[in-house]
Design a protein around this ligand. Structure first.
Ligand code: ADP
Ligand code: ZN
Length: 220
């Protein structure tokens, strides 16, 4: 089975994909994670990706497609995959069309107000990377309880200090949301014409959303 998880940055698609893919015995392919690994390894591609990511821009299509093709050809991807963060442009979607037959696109919807509130409330352990969230959202039928550490500002797992990620600031988040609206959202029409889209609204935390998405995928 080959699925695309589509949605704005901060909608939770990475979390859902990382939990669902193992349950289905398929791989989770996240181009954002792949770029971050290249940055960490200090490769030429990493240096280019870092520049784009810092500026809040997309990495150019040619290098993104090349990296994705290499990944999707690997043996572990032959049984199926969940794509998270790819395709993000029409050019990428058209390339993907020539490479694989997609079974379903899950279009994950969450308002920009809540995305912003959640991102600004995210805290990350500077030592081990564990994630917390201090926002307590309960409005318009959306319930997202906070994910608090036992002791304020201190990681439960390792005792490290909790900090905000550099890119979790209002300006950067708004930039990423604008790029999503301009460059990525139009893709949904491309897939709607193929009758491949299922829309799902985020109404709760991953414990609520993962089973809902699983149900849709299993029917397929
Ligand atoms: P988010 O969903 O929070 O924006 P990702 O981890 O998916 O984060 O992506 C981080 C960054 O990596 C993006 O802002 C972009 O610069 C780059 N990136 C990831 N996937 C793609 C892609 N398919 N095409 C171009 N750039 C990408
Ligand atoms: Zn920690």
């Amino acid at each position: 089975m080959k699925f695309i998880f589509f949605g704005p940055p901060g909608c939770g698609k990475g979390t859902y994909a990382s939990r669902i893919a193992p349950q289905l015995g398929i791989v989770h392919i996240a181009t954002g994670d792949m770029f971050r690994a290249e940055v960490a390894a200090g490769t030429k591609l990493g240096k280019l990706a870092e520049k784009c990511m810092k500026a809040g821009n997309l990495v150019p299509d040619d290098v993104t497609i090349k990296m994705f093709k290499k990944r999707v050809k690997k043996k572990d991807a032959q049984k199926g995959f969940i794509l998270d963060g790819f395709p993000r442009t029409l050019a990428q979607a058209k390339e993907l069309d020539n490479m694989a037959k997609i079974d379903l696109v899950i279009n994950i919807e969450l308002s920009e107000g809540i995305i912003l509130e959640k991102a600004l409330a995210r805290r990350i352990c500077e030592k081990c990377g564990n994630i917390y969230n201090i926002a307590d959202i309960n409005r318009n039928g959306i319930k997202m309880p906070p994910l608090l550490p036992k002791k304020e500002g201190i990681c439960d797992k390792c005792g490290g200090f909790l900090v905000q990620r550099k890119d979790d600031n209002e300006e950067t988040i708004r930039d990423r949301l604008n790029i999503y609206r301009r460059q990525s959202e139009p893709l949904i029409e491309f897939y709607r014409k193929k009758k491949l889209v299922r829309d799902i609204k985020v109404v709760g935390p991953p414990e609520v959303m993962v089973p809902k998405i699983m149900e849709i995928l299993k029917k397929r």
